[in-house]
Design a protein around this ligand. Sequence first.
Ligand code: FMN
Length: 366
Amino acid sequence: MTSLFDSVALRAEHVRTVTARNRLWISPMCQYSVFAEDGLPTDWHLVHLGQFAVGGAGVVFTEATAVSPEGRISPRDTGIWSDEQAHAWSRVAAFVREQGAVPGMQLAHAGRKASTYAPWGMDGRGTVPPEDGGWAAVAPSPVAFGRYAVPSALDEAGIDGVVADFAAAAERAVGAGFEVLEIHAAHGYLFHQFLSGLANTRTDDYGGSLENRARLLLRVTEAVRRAAGDRAVFVRLSGTDWAPPELADRAWDQDQCATVAGWAASAGADFLDVSTGGILPAADIPLGAGYQVPFAAHVRRSAGVPVATVGLITDAAQADTVIRTGQADAVMVARAALRDPHLALRMARELGVPLDYVPGQYLRAY
Ligand SMILES: Cc1cc2nc3c(=O)[nH]c(=O)nc-3n(C[C@H](O)[C@H](O)[C@H](O)COP(=O)(O)O)c2cc1C
């Protein structure tokens, strides 16, 4: 039986296997800490991500890292659209690797949710206007997210530009030393906007049928796969829009998610990372321990692809049970790891699993 502290191969067909030492991984978390607003990661990012690698996690993901300046959620996001940014990230990737964790980067474009004020440390809410350093957002359709500014619809050239930006970003991320590249297609950001009929009203090859709505994500997955070489490629999807019944006929749901997950695997994704929500500003979400696990389990069962699950998984026995019962191949944690960056080491102790990767510097504490 597979358990939480068993290692796992991250590449579907491995030329050179990328292996994670365990199945407890750090989920991407925006830090809104690029105060210079130039997309360059700082010492904050090194220490913040480094602590999770010291703390025993199997894979440590960067925050949503923008593939282009206009793809940033806020002016304080990190980026990977320049060589200077890649160079700054290489220090973070090297440190994470030196501690025995796999460094992963989440590649992102916020689409209609771009150019917003950071949730803390900035005076403002919602869309940042141009006079305050904001920019015009792009999306599949001119449909706003709640009270955010109305985005402009991407034309064919704009769509090709997004594919090229992801390919270039993936190449830079590999050059910087990242061994997993995750395409962010969840939480109501650009690719999820294309996938969900609640944000995509296009009538061309990128709207309408599921094939059309998934076309951009699959093009990007193929491009990132090519750029990734022997590194692993993940795709983060939302398992549902949590839409009310009156919107259900246009919304994204778990069966569409499982179908597209299978297509993404055929296009070169090694792992699907299943979260939920983000397309509707106010959704009625039945929050509770492990509430998103069934969505990952559905994708794993229906599409037959390796999956990671995430969301209110805070306890060692709970995380271990998800793996032992075959609901997911890995567990990602966000907030519990902010409270305890050494969560993996603590969970191993609680489960009575001896680890040979407690840092020598900290051995006297164990
Ligand atoms: C501070 C913070 C920042 C986040 N930023 C991102 C992000 O950049 N990309 C992403 O896919 N999810 C992001 N999330 C969502 C988490 O990755 C995770 O899916 C969610 O918090 C549920 O997991 P948890 O219950 O373990 O916190 C963020 C969550 C938090 C708390």
